[in-house]
Structure formats: structure tokens, C-alpha cells
Write a protein that binds this ligand. Sequence first.
Ligand code: NAP
Length: 255
Amino acid sequence: MSCKIDYQAPPDLLANRVILVTGAGDGIGRTAALSYARHGATVILLGRTIKKLERVYDEIEAAGGPQPAIFPLNFEGASLADFHDMALTLEKEFGRLDGLLHNASLLGRITPFAQYDPELWEQVMQVNINGPIWMTQALLPLLEKSEDASVIFTSSSVGRKGRAYWGAYSVSKFATEGFMEVLADELESQPHLRVNTLNPGATRTQMRRSAYPGEDPATLRTPEDIMPTYLWLMGPESAGVSGQKFDAQPPRVSA
Ligand code: NAP
């Protein structure tokens, strides 16, 4: 579906909402966390590098946003018990969850499938799809307690059309799209809980640099540029929209 690149979010769009962002220490997740806090949300910053999460925490505080929370978690080693402990902690602290942005991902290697390392394949699937699936299951009861909850899974253009050499990353994003559809269909009778995917498109981050080392970053949109769709999909104006696949920017026109 089309992007909402021109959407202008009111300053209080996310007031009184509790929103968890995974991979909140860097790249698009960091900008989404800052942006959600700027629009009034209490943001739970989840990630694997505590120093980066602390910097985002400090930035939110310095900007006068609602006090955020830090939740250190590495999807690689996370167990079902960790996700259930997380749900218990969030239940105690906040009582509910109004938003969940699944953003953390690993690129793995861009290499012919014949040479793909099976261990790396497992690692990418664990971080990009298995971890987020079981985390979602653990957090469903908290999301169900919200009057208007939005779950956003981050996809990719290679999760909608397969591309040579993108291996586990591409497969994990196809699985993300599929899981979103299954869950959205199951939740049809719960209109206050919506689930969608969002493809950020080519964006100036470390992951993009690793995937396209020869590219001039100045030609790319920044994480800040793509926030309108991230805000619209998390806020009340997209209530009732579920099971859809969104893009955060128009497709790039190559010369
Ligand atoms: P990024 O700059 O590499 O940031 C990824 C974030 O995920 C980092 O904060 C990273 O933590 C975290 N993360 C990675 N592995 C983790 C793990 N095992 N446990 C917990 N957190 C982990 O990537 P990005 O470009 O912002 O990507 C954000 C999302 O957009 C991803 O889902 C990606 O697939 C998608 N995407 C990006 C683009 C693009 O052009 N940038 C295009 C299409 C889709 P550390 O900071 O500790 O490394």
C-alpha cells in the first residue's frame, strides 16, 4: 500500500501510549523511538547494546519527552522464558501495551545460496523472525488490554520479491509478511488490535551501508524522512487498518 510520506502528525499523536521499539539503539529504530517520544509516547527501548539504548534514553529526557524505559535483550540468545519475564515486567510497570514496532534485524551475508553458512542462516532467522514471533505471543495479552493497539512488523522489498544472494534475510522478511497475515486474520474479531507490515525502503543506516558499500549515502532518504508513515501507522488515525503491507517511501527511480 502507498506510503504516508506527507502525513503531518499532531504533536500529541501518541500521548499516553506505551510503545515498545526493538532495535531502538541505532538506525531506523532509534529515530522511531525518538519520534514516538516526541509525539507523547512512553517508549520502551529494547536492544542488545545497552550503551546505545542509554544514549537514546538521554536524548528523550533532554528533549523533555515522557520518561522512557530500557529493556536490554539480544534476540539471538533470548528464550521463551525471557519473553514471558518481559511480559510480566511490562505488565507490572505499565499494565498494557499500545504499540509494538518490530524493527531489530540482522542482514546476515549477501552471498550465493550455495555458499550460505547454515549457522548464520539460523542466526538471521532467529533474530528476524523466530524471536519476534515468540515475543509477540508473550505480549499479546498486554496488547489486548489496550483500547487501540498497533503492531508493526518491519519488512523489506526483498520480503515481497525474492532477490538473488539475499538468502536468509529475504526469506525472514517473506516469513514476516506471512506471519503478519496469519495474525491479522486471527485478530479480525478484535478491531482494537491491528497488525501490519512496513517496508522502510532504502534508508541511510549502517545496515544499508553494509548491503551497498559502494553507494553514496547522500542519495538516500534518512530515517527522519520516513517517519510520517511510522507515525501514522502507530497512531489512532490508522485504527481499523490491519493485515496490510505499507511502504514508508515511494520506490526509487534509478537512472
Ligand atoms: P541497523 O542500523 O543495522 O539497526 C538495526 C538495529 O537492530 C540495531 O539497533 C541493532 O542493535 C538491532 N539488532 C540487531 N540484532 C539484534 C539482536 N540480536 N537483538 C537485539 N537487537 C538487535 O538497521 P536499519 O537499517 O535501521 O534497519 C531497521 C529495520 O529496517 C530492519 O528490520 C531492516 O531489515 C529494515 N530495513 C532497512 C532498510 C534500509 O535501507 N536501512 C531497508 C529495508 C528494510 P545494535 O545497535 O546493537 O547493533
